[in-house]
Design a protein around this ligand. Sequence first.
Ligand code: APR
Length: 310
Amino acid sequence: MALGRKKISLIGAGAIGGTLAHLCALKELGDVVLVDIVEGVPQGKSLDLLAARPIDGSDIHITGVNDYAATRGSDVVIVTAGLPRRPGMSRDDLVDKNKGIMKGIAEQVRELSPDAFVIVVTNPLDAMVYVMKRVSGFPKNRVVGMAGVLDTSRFRSFVSNEIGISVQDITAMVLGGHGDDMVPMLRFCTVAGVPLEHFLSQEKIDAIVKRTQMAGGEVVGLLKTSAWVSPAASVIDMAEAYLRDKKRVMACAAYLEGEYGIDGYYLGVPIVIGAGGVERVVELPLNEAEKSALQTSFARVKDVVASVQL
Ligand code: APR
């Protein structure tokens, strides 16, 4: 492997894993190791991706494997391994199957890549990232979950479509667990700094909030499996913030130790991501209604985490 390039291991070479590898190549974020338990899948996907590099103008290397040896010394590990949702399933229904998978992966990461920045994507997200942190023993700045960036992006996309203004000018903050009771924080959502209600009626805003909360399920209903392009794009935004020390403010599942009145759990909150990983948690001045919505979302996360016996 070439010296000087970062090493990014993608655990799970399914729909999201394969898209992550392509985005890593397009952005030349680093050399990629794709790992999956299914023989042939990571190897086949990496061959396909390697062949696109001359057209993409990308000089990274991509390797596809079925064991973890090649991941040794990773700078970034992104975990999407596990089962995705099928119609009729909630994210929480995946907990039993995916916790065993996550535990095994965390043991490998701890052993082979003790300095890695780890991003967990597997659902139910807030519980799976908790398993990764507990089993790896990594500090809280190096284990984070992807959810809020995607939920926020969905909200921004819906607002943009509704008002006909660039997605780039719409900022949003969707907090809480990555479930249907996630909390779009409307006071902190703006169009180029102008409050949302200047552009949209309360009725329209409410409809967008509802659609954002159910957006994952809307895709599952249509495709019979969960989304992969927007989740992968969201993860890459986080990985890039880390690798390029961008100090971006992003809504992510972060380990809280007293912030927002929560201690010892992961929950979606605004954090700063830079070279130090999760460099800090940004505490928004929430009003009583917002605090209560966040606590309702947290109660659900707590129940799922309680069902994870480690
Ligand atoms: N180690 C490595 N890979 C594994 C393991 C394991 N122990 N167990 C399962 N996998 C692989 C599967 O073989 C599959 O290729 O994980 C991959 C998951 O890919 P998909 O089924 O295509 O799922 P995807 O859409 O990528 O979603 C992955 O992210 O958003 C969440 O809910 C989603 O939990 C799901 C995860």
